[in-house]
Design a protein around this ligand. Structure first.
Ligand code: NCD
Length: 354
């Protein structure tokens, strides 16, 4: 069975094929009408979504397929206490492809372990968001002309922003990309992402001032402060509105700067920036449909096999991340990748010192 949980499940050549296919769908939409006729997509959205959910739905409808699913677990049997395994097992028996978004990290992988059809991760807590990343790569390809040799600024909630984590991992696989992380110390980029960048030989620096970063950036990736992932309202209040991109700051940017944002925006970009030709976030959201059409087409045929767990269960070792799916769904095998004295949870990537 073929799943998309993390872009690392596939080689870069596969990502490039998805991007090329989505470009062809964008240019020749008529060619793909009806390509998924008779097929059903199941969307399991345990967390709110506008763009991801609707762009997947639009993708399936434009391919001639049909939809089932929920966008509010309170109206499904989840509210009666059904576990993720059973819900996935049942819906994957009705559908040909499943798209899942869940507040817990590693939930998409957990779902894929029991699904009878391909599973696509549409966001698992603060962890990963691979389909947004492919959308971002397509946007850069079409609007910037390249996904290599870029100075990429990432600004805002870098600790909880799953789109940031997936995009950093992906861009580190293309040549010559350099990263500037702009955040408060509390919302800094996780160390496991920094380690991945270092392992790929990518330079990065961490700044606290957006003004200081602006002049050198080719791409500015703004993000929302993720209120729902803070332990308390006070902690969120202390972080909100620290970084606001406005017309004045845009003056510090290059002429060919590209401003992206996975959206939704709260207050981090003022609305007068929308009229600047360098603000591409609305286009970016639209490109998401073509990426998701390419993904559905490729995955529903599903010729590959995704190996979901490659590590092993270690005696008496449990994941320490309270947001990991294994802390809630206790039947899951607690599988780890082990290297010397460190074990990495295979669901959420949390590291545990042994
Ligand atoms: C993002 C998400 O859900 O992670 N939005 C999206 O999918 N387009 C970003 C966010 O919620 O801030």
């Amino acid at each position: 069975m073929q799943h998309l949980i993390d872009l690392d499940d596939y080689p870069v050549s596969w990502w490039n094929r998805i991007i090329s296919l989505s470009k062809d769908i964008y240019t020749n939409p008529a060619r793909y009408q009806g390509a998924c006729s008779g097929k059903v997509m199941g969307t399991l959205f345990y967390e709110p979504s506008t763009r991801t959910q609707m762009s997947f739905q639009t993708a399936m409808l434009r391919l001639g397929g049909s939809l089932i699913g929920f966008d509010n677990p309170a109206t499904s049997s989840v509210s009666k206490g059904e576990n993720l395994k059973d819900t996935t097992k049942i819906v994957s028996g009705y559908a040909d492809i499943l798209v899942i978004r869940h507040p817990l990290e590693g939930a998409a992988k957990a779902a894929a372990l029991t699904a009878d059809c391909p599973v696509i991760n549409a966001g698992d807590g603060g962890h990963l968001h691979p389909t947004q990343t492919l959308t971002d790569l397509l946007t850069l390809t079409l609007e910037k002309g390249r996904i290599e040799n870029l100075v990429v600024g990432m600004c805002g909630d870098l600790v909880n922003g799953r789109t940031v984590h997936s995009l950093c991992k992906a861009l580190s696989c293309y040549q010559g990309n350099r990263f500037v992380f702009i955040s408060t110390p509390e919302l800094g980029i996780p160390s496991y992402i920094k380690d991945i960048l270092s392992a790929h030989g990518c330079e990065y620096k961490e700044l606290s001032s957006l003004e200081e970063a602006m002049p050198e950036l080719d791409v500015l990736y703004m993000t929302r402060i993720q209120s729902e992932r803070f332990a308390s309202v006070e902690e969120y209040e202390a972080q909100k509105n620290v970084y606001v991109l406005d017309k004045e700051k845009m003056k510090l940017g290059k002429k060919d700067l590209v401003v992206l944002h996975p959206l939704p925006r709260v207050d981090e970009i003022t609305m007068d920036v929308d009229d600047d030709s360098r603000a591409l976030y609305f286009k970016q959201a639209r490109y998401g449909v073509f990426i998701r059409m390419a993904l559905v087409l490729t995955m529903i045929e599903g010729r590959d096999t995704t190996q979901l767990l490659k590590g092993s269960v270690l005696r008496d070792v449990c994941c320490k991340n309270p947001k990991c799916i294994t802390t809630r769904e206790h039947y899951l095998p607690k599988s780890f990748r082990k290297s010397s004295d460190i074990a990495e949870c295979e669901y959420c990537d949390e590291r545990i010192l042994l």
